[in-house]
Design a protein around this ligand. Structure first.
Ligand SMILES: Cc1cc2nc3c(=O)[nH]c(=O)nc-3n(C[C@H](O)[C@H](O)[C@H](O)COP(=O)(O)O)c2cc1C
Length: 223
């Protein structure tokens, strides 16, 4: 009897329209030129130390505000706040609505906090307000920016200057730690909302104490 060998596991080259493979949702609050607040959902974000790297459409009101004021708050909604985020989908603080966004069904909206059902509260360091209901809110200042691709988008490096968290996501008995079993971020993957599952197994990386990652930015944020 002859047996046929199983084909090797392989890849297929494909050309997806987007490469949004799963990142946390951030609601960025910024200050408009007239002093009012803007709030915009985004998810092209990651963190290195107390720095955040943000990818934003060049025509968005948030990009304009970041370039003008150099400040923002990065509000992180939890998985059970997907409804609030979705109420801000397809809206822009920009008026008139940029043409490319008009074609995609976007409309202008000035009162973003009210539309999301979130409460703006004053920040400590920056002019933009925090969203009280988001379990994590990080005040930040822009350190650098540059155009991406043909300049249709911008990449911002922001330095976090204050980290606010709800007490119910903190690790009991510790002053400065967030408990990943309690913090349940909202994840966007290919334009759909997801939450995280339970921890899969202990990670060997966790042999390194979190304090070893502290950077001078933390000390700098106190002054
Ligand atoms: C869940 C979600 C994630 C998004 N992620 C991004 C993103 O990473 N970058 C981006 O430029 N726009 C993203 N958008 C679209 C922006 O919200 C959109 O550009 C919006 O008009 C920005 O608002 P603003 O013009 O008031 O700044 C996302 C929208 C949603 C609903």
């Amino acid at each position: 009897m002859t047996t046929t060998a199983a084909p090797p596991v392989g890849h297929t080259a494909i050309e997806p329209g987007i490469l949004y493979l799963g990142t946390p949702v951030v609601l960025i609050s910024t200050t408009n030129a007239d002093g009012s607040a803007n709030l915009a959902p985004m998810s092209s974000a990651f963190w290195l130390g107390w720095r955040g790297i943000l990818g934003l459409d060049g025509t968005s009101r948030t990009t304009e505000n970041l370039l003008r004021t150099g400040e923002c708050v990065l509000n992180l909604p939890s998985a059970d706040q997907a409804d609030a985020v979705d109420r801000l989908a397809l809206t822009t603080g920009a008026d008139p609505v940029p043409q490319r966004k008009q074609h995609r069904g976007y409309r202008h909206l000035a009162e973003k906090f009210a539309r999301a059902g979130l409460t703006p509260v004053p920040s400590d360091v920056v002019s933009a307000p925090r969203a009280a209901e988001c379990p994590v809110a990080m005040e930040a200042v822009v350190e650098a920016s540059h155009g991406i691709g043909r300049g249709n988008a911008s990449c911002f490096e922001v330095r976090v200057v204050r980290v606010w968290v709800h007490d119910d996501i903190r690790t009991p008995g510790s002053a400065n730690r967030i408990d990943p079993d309690r913090w349940r971020p909202l994840i966007m993957s290919f334009q759909r909302f997801y939450g995280l599952g339970a921890q899969l197994r202990p990670s060997r990386l966790a042999d390194i104490p979190e304090d070893e990652y502290r950077t001078p930015d933390i000390e700098r944020a106190r002054t």
